[in-house]
Design a protein around this ligand. Structure first.
Ligand code: HEM
Length: 153
């Protein structure tokens, strides 16, 4: 059972984190180069709105299979210890995304109201930095997860 659940877990992570990497490395540089503010906002909201649905589904699959793996491998016992650094980091990254997705509508309202209408470049620069930070954290979870899961620790 473990190999099948782990394979589904990794596939969901690939689609989800791959999407985040695409948005960060391809979509944001395109937006930063656009001239028109309205064009920037509409393009961003179109892409993000569509990707949010995929991300939500993948976060759900990764979460269900992740908790299932914790149970199957008995690794819940080593959560929040050095030996359990792999699954612990995964859980933290997952929780961060869950919060972002749950409060997405509120975040968008805050981000695109007021200040954003005057200075979209500044907002998209901040969003780019934020996406790089979340992507870095996700890739760290993948790196440490594979390293720790294959005898690295
Ligand atoms: C609720 C959230 C999650 C839980 C409870 C969880 C738990 C687990 C467990 C128990 C395993 C198998 C055993 C192990 O290798 O330690 C595993 C494998 C894996 N997880 Fe997660 N995970 C979660 C989310 C994530 C996230 C967000 C990522 C990526 C950012 C991720 C990436 C991976 C990878 C790449 C593997 C395969 C490691 C290997 O090569 O063995 N997981 N996960």
């Amino acid at each position: 059972m473990i190999p099948i659940v782990e394979a589904i877990h990794v596939v969901s992570v690939v689609i989800w984190i791959g999407g985040v990497a695409f948005v960060t490395m391809v979509v944001f540089p395109m937006i930063l180069r656009m001239e028109n503010s309205l064009e920037k906002v509409l393009f961003f909201q179109g892409v993000e709105h569509r990707f949010a649905k995929i991300a939500k589904a993948m976060v759900a699959v990764a979460g269900i299979t992740g908790f299932w793996l914790l149970y199957l491998t008995d690794e819940w016992r080593i959560l929040f210890t050095l030996r359990g650094i792999g699954p612990t980091l995964m859980l933290i990254v997952w929780a961060v995304y869950l919060l972002i997705l749950l409060f997405e509508a509120k975040l968008f309202k805050i981000i695109f109201k007021g200040e954003a209408q005057q200075d979209t470049s500044k907002i998209f620069y901040r969003l780019t930095v934020f996406h790089w930070f979340v992507l870095g954290l996700s890739l760290l979870a993948v790196l440490v997860g594979v390293w720790a899961g294959h005898g690295g620790i």
